[in-house]
Design a protein around this ligand. Structure first.
Ligand code: A3P
Length: 266
């Protein structure tokens, strides 16, 4: 394992107490004024709650089960990450989204109070995926060790202690994000999906997403979506497993030999 000091982590700032990559906060006004379109779909999660899984399910639904079309580009290009800053040569999420044809599917880890107003004003549909706190935290811990945009998580004991004390984690306070959503759900166009339910019965949860999106697909296509979005398929698919990202950002994204994006999926 390469020593931590051989790699430089990003610098960070806070907004409302939430630590984020400094460039996100430096460009906050652009984010606040981001123009959502009525047919945008927002996939919102706490990091590591199954974002990529839901993104792939939605793309397979939009592309009516055509797995080859869903391999046209890595998931982070097909469905831009709203608050992602420009990390050359990668453009920012907003830069990509502004030039993207509709219908757009957009990923965010922002707390709902930080989601740009235009999403609410346009009554955009949103899918919020949540995972049980223990697995979510374990997954996030391994991810934060590996990923240079994140704050060094320290030891597991320190990390867990921080979480148990209710401190802010990178991007969000876990419970604050999840609980705020429950309040919003009553008034808003939000579908709430649990990682564990999807794991136990993927087809049932995919059908919920399909209904929410107002679409219908034949049963054999739904079965194809179940297969293509299984952990086993997504782990070996370069367009979903994030192995393409270090090729674009070789020194600035993942410390090699620490962990992987598709780790255990359980
Ligand atoms: P683990 O680290 O526990 O393996 P996100 O996309 O929000 O960053 O979440 C990543 C987590 O979701 C990782 O968890 C990853 O393995 C898991 N995951 C991704 N696709 C999955 C799938 N199809 N089935 C089960 N878990 C999946």
């Amino acid at each position: 394992t390469a020593p931590e000091k051989a790699y430089v982590r990003f610098s960070h700032k806070t907004i409302d107490g939430v630590p984020l990559i400094a460039q996100i906060i430096d460009n906050w006004e652009k984010l606040v004024h981001f123009q959502a379109r009525p047919d945008d779909l927002l996939i919102a999660t706490f990091p590591k709650a199954g974002t990529t899984w839901m993104q792939e399910i939605v793309d397979m639904i939009y592309k009516e089960g055509d797995a080859e079309v869903c391999k046209r580009a890595p998931v982070y290009e097909r469905m831009p990450f709203l608050e992602w800053p420009s990390i050359p040569p990668m453009p920012s999420g907003i830069e990509v989204l502004d030039g993207m044809p509709s219908p757009r599917v957009i990923k965010t880890h922002l707390q709902f109070k930080h989601v740009p107003k235009s999403f609410w004003e346009n009554n955009c549909k949103m899918i919020y995926m949540a995972r049980n706190p223990k697995d979510n935290l374990v997954s996030y811990y391994h991810f934060e060790r590996m990923t240079l945009t994140q704050i060094d998580p320290g030891t597991w004991e320190e990390y867990l202690g921080n979480f148990m004390q209710g401190n802010e984690l990178f991007f969000s306070k876990f419970y604050k994000q999840t609980n705020n959503l429950k309040k919003k759900k009553i008034q808003r166009n939000v579908l709430y999906i649990f990682f564990e339910n999807s794991f136990q019965n993927p087809k049932r949860e995919i059908l919920k997403v399909l209904t929410f999106l107002g679409r219908e697909l034949p049963d054999d296509v739904v079965e194809k979506i179940v297969h293509h979005t299984s952990f086993e398929s997504m782990k070996i698919n370069p367009m979903t497993n994030y192995t393409t990202l270090p090729k674009i950002l070789p020194k600035t994204i993942f410390r090699p030999g620490i962990s992987s994006f598709m780790r255990k999926g359980q």
